[in-house]
Ligand binder design. Structure first.
Ligand code: PEP
Ligand code: MG
Length: 578
């Protein structure tokens, strides 16, 4: 039977494919008493489920030993097969069925809980983590027992995987970049969570905040994901499928038409020049930035070089990564942000405490200044890369003058160290700050004399101004870029930059949404940085905009307090009749 689910659209596009459930569901199974005459049948049902999963794992292993599959995958399947044959999983539940008349799934989950408790006591961190494997194995068996699995339909070659998870960390999401993933769906998450950002940068449709998708959907269900409208259609009929296939190819056609804009100069109708840059997470992304004709890299989020690994990247490794981006951009500016970990971007094995409130904790520049050796290593690598092109260093989450002063001192020390080593770097490297904490936007005067540029990070600026966690879908409805307080902070930053002759750009998600292009140009911004996938659409919007006219309307908007009126005015600014 076909049905649809609605969530928060965070990465546009349409995907049609088969559901693949990730991570563990809550293993809440029914408990009932099996009458004595049915006990044998219950044990047989249990054994059959184990056999089915055993066969499934064997088939997976054969597939994974095929050429090209990572060896970790094979090892991972072997561990699961061993767990499945462990007496606690394979034997004990049979005893519970026979002696207590328990139903098979309940008996199995009881044993799993006992086993998991034992894992909790283990001191070795690696072994303790195997607890998740136990849960995943039991989950597979429970799915067979409760008939949650849909028989595999005939697969088509072009079918994509629709990954369905309770939540995905940015680290998980980035790991899927090389797989044939059609879309991401998660039960929790907000529109500017780092996971959503990664999905957009991979140009993969994504919907978050679906609440119960993992419970409602089954592996192999045919699913349509409309990442533009936030709709998931499960088990669609042939007519709906046809309609979406058509929409999908129309979208692809539109995208290919946009490609013609790649080499066009970015200027408004009234001939104001505008610069469009790309946000990147990994060095490989630079190719996409070039393909879209970016004027440079406006934000290189270096934290992704530090994630999904146990050791910190060495100076040489970082230097190579930065240099490869700088060289690929052939003289165009490359703004590299120093490590912004904390909140939802965590380092594995790092000295991270359990932060009581991670978004307000030891994040970004605060974390770097508390680990000066690690920070110096990154600064040296950045300076060395400056020898090969136009590197600009960007400091995240600045709120205090002393954070800038300390960073500049460390930068001077990094220069001295490189001089001693006789390593080359450019003497004059621009240093800028993110404006993403309201305190920075309100007290820019004290910072500006030390800085060469500013970059407004609206994702965090909105989070901190409106006091809502950007990753929490329960408050996602309050996340409002049009809130008068947010608009005034942006306007104030632009004005302060203009007065001091310091260039201002904007690199938050607002820069990549066509709804806000005219507003931002009208406010005075001429430098916008976004995911490469959004660049040509934004360019098209700039080409259609009369900035002089837009700025008159925007000045009136900035005096407005009522949200409804602001929204109406924005719609009119964008040429939508209301
Ligand atoms: C921002 O906060 O707007 C920003 C660009 O930084 P990040 O999304 O990486 O926190
Ligand atoms: Mg930020």
């Amino acid at each position: 039977m076909s049905f649809s689910l609605h969530g928060l659209a965070v990465s546009p596009g349409i995907a049609i494919g088969r559901a693949q459930l990730l991570s563990h569901a809550t293993l809440e199974v029914a408990h009932y008493v099996v009458p004595p005459k049915h006990i044998d049948a219950e044990v047989t049902r249990f054994d059959a489920a184990l056999k089915s999963v055993r066969d499934e794992l064997r088939a997976l292993r054969e597939d994974s030993s095929a050429e090209g599959a990572p060896s970790e995958l094979t090892a991972f399947i072997d561990v699961h097969a061993m767990i499945l044959d462990d007496p606690m999983i394979a034997q004990e539940p049979r005893r519970l069925i026979r002696e207590r008349g328990a139903n098979a799934e309940w008996a199995l989950v009881q044993q799993m809980e006992l086993l998991v408790e034992q894992f909790d006591q283990i001191e070795d961190a690696y072994l303790r983590e195997r607890k998740a494997d136990v849960t995943q194995v039991v989950e597979r068996v429970v799915k067979v027992l409760t008939g949650q699995r849909v028989k595999s339909r005939k697969s088509q070659d072009d079918e994509a995987q629709i990954l369905i998870a309770h939540d995905l960390s940015p680290a998980d999401t980035i790991q899927f970049r090389n797989q044939h993933v059609g879309a991401f769906i998660t039960d929790v998450g907000g529109g500017t969570s780092h996971t959503a950002i990664v999905a957009r940068s991979l140009a993969i449709p994504a919907i978050v905040g679906l609440h119960h998708a993992r419970q409602i959907l089954c592996d192999d269900d045919i699913v349509i994901v409309d990442g533009t409208r936030g709709v998931v259609i499960v088990d669609p009929d042939e007519r709906v499928l046809e309609e979406y296939r058509l929409r999908k190819s129309e979208l692809e056609l539109e995208r290919s038409k946009l490609k013609r804009l790649k080499t066009a100069r970015t200027a408004s109708l009234d001939r104001e020049e505008v610069w469009l840059y790309a946000n990147i997470e990994l060095t490989d992304d630079v190719q996409q930035a070039r393909d879209m004709g970016a004027d440079g890299i406006g934000l290189f989020r270096t934290e992704f070089l530090f994630m999904n690994r146990d050791e910190l990247p060495t100076e040489d490794e970082q230097f190579e990564a930065y240099r490869s981006v700088v060289q690929a951009m052939k003289g165009k500016p490359v703004t590299i942000r120093t490590l912004d970990v904390g909140a939802d971007k965590t380092l594995r094995g790092g000295s991270h405490r359990q932060d009581p409130n991670p978004a307000l904790g030891l994040r970004a520049i605060r974390y770097c200044l508390s680990e000066p050796q690690m920070f110096l290593t990154q600064l040296r690598a950045l300076l060395r890369a400056s020898h090969y092109g136009e590197v600009q260093i960007l400091i995240p989450m600045v709120a205090h003058l002393h954070e800038i002063e300390q960073t500049l001192l460390l930068l001077a020390r990094a220069r001295e160290q490189l001089r001693e080593r006789k390593q080359k770097f450019r003497e004059r490297v621009a240093v800028g700050s993110m404006v993403e904490v309201p305190a920075a936007a309100l007290a820019l005067g004290q910072f500006l004399k030390h800085l060469d540029f500013l970059s407004i990070g609206t994702n965090d600026l909105i989070q901190y101004t409106l006091a809502i966690d950007r990753a929490d879908e329960a408050v996602a409805y309050l996340y409002d870029p049009l809130h008068p307080a947010v608009l005034r902070l942006i306007a104030q930053t632009i004005q302060a930059g203009k007065r001091a002759g310091v260039p201002v750009s904007l690199c938050g998600e607002m820069a990549g949404e066509t709804t806000y292009t005219r507003l931002l140009l009208g406010m005075g911004l001429r430098h916008l940085s976004m995911h490469p996938a959004q660049l040509l659409e934004i360019k098209q919007e700039v080409l259609r905009c009369d900035i002089e006219m837009a700025s008159q309307k925007v000045q009136r908007m900035l005096k407005m307090d009522e949200p409804e009126k602001l929204r109406d005015m924005l719609a009119r600014l964008n040429g939508v009749s209301i």
